[in-house]
Design a protein around this ligand. Structure first.
Ligand SMILES: C[S@@+](CC[C@H](N)C(=O)[O-])C[C@H]1O[C@@H](n2cnc3c(N)ncnc32)[C@H](O)[C@@H]1O
Length: 200
């Protein structure tokens, strides 16, 4: 039985974000020393977690703004993540330079979402995978989530449905597209979309 402190910790953004990244990793097929791109660093917990969970990886994490990042408070792995200030529709990296790209609780607020997916397809090597972990647009919480975001955070926020995402992903050149919920949390509001770039 978890203690009160453990239950409280499990509700913090750090713990929730780490679990979302952790579940995403269970669906990735990565080479021994992968390049992994994290879109939307935010407070940096995801980038720090990736650098611990994948000690051989080069983790690159981008965000359009850096105000939330408190690097000194994060526990990172043996290779520090590279943090780059950039906007997702225009990512300053080379063609086929990434093995995996993750956007955890970020895709819903990105501008030019179709262009972001096309950028992700450009940056992934053939066979590379994109993970979008976000609010499921079919869940009852999706509309209240959008209202609150529009009022306080971003007018761009949209909680996508699996159908909307699949159409956009296929248009961007992704072949296999799979949707997942965490086992035991099938009715939860988070979904994970794993899309693979066509093999060469
Ligand atoms: C809710 S936070 C998610 C942070 C992190 N992925 C996590 O799960 O802890 C969403 C992040 O997306 C970033 N973001 C918004 N627009 C962006 C853009 N155009 N390019 C890159 N990042 C962007 C925001 O600044 C914010 O830090």
């Amino acid at each position: 039985m978890p203690s009160f402190a453990q239950r409280l910790f499990a509700r913090t953004p750090m713990a929730r974000s780490t679990r979302a990244y952790e579940f995403a990793l269970t669906h990735l097929n990565l080479p021994p020393t992968p390049w992994v791109l994290d879109i939307g660093t935010g407070q940096g917990y995801g980038a720090a977690f990736l650098s611990r969970a994948l000690p051989q990886a080069r983790v690159v994490s981008i965000d359009v703004k850096m105000q939330c990042l408190h690097w000194d408070r994060l526990e990172v792995g043996p290779r520090r993540p590279y943090i780059v200030q950039a906007s997702a529709p225009y990512m300053p990296f080379a063609w086929a330079s990434m093995d995996a790209i993750l956007a955890v609780m970020t895709f819903h607020c990105l501008p030019q979402p179709q262009r972001v997916l096309e950028e992700a397809a450009r940056l992934l090597r053939p066979g590379g995978q994109l993970v979008i972990a976000d609010v499921d647009g079919r869940h009852w919480i999706a509309r209240p989530f959008e209202w609150v975001e529009h009022l306080f955070i971003s007018p761009l926020t949209h909680a996508y449905t699996p159908e909307e995402l699949e159409t956009m992903l296929r248009r961007a050149g992704f072949s296999r597209v799979h949707f997942h919920k965490r086992p035991g949390k099938e009715r939860g509001f988070l979904m994970w979309v794993i899309a693979q770039k066509e093999q060469a």
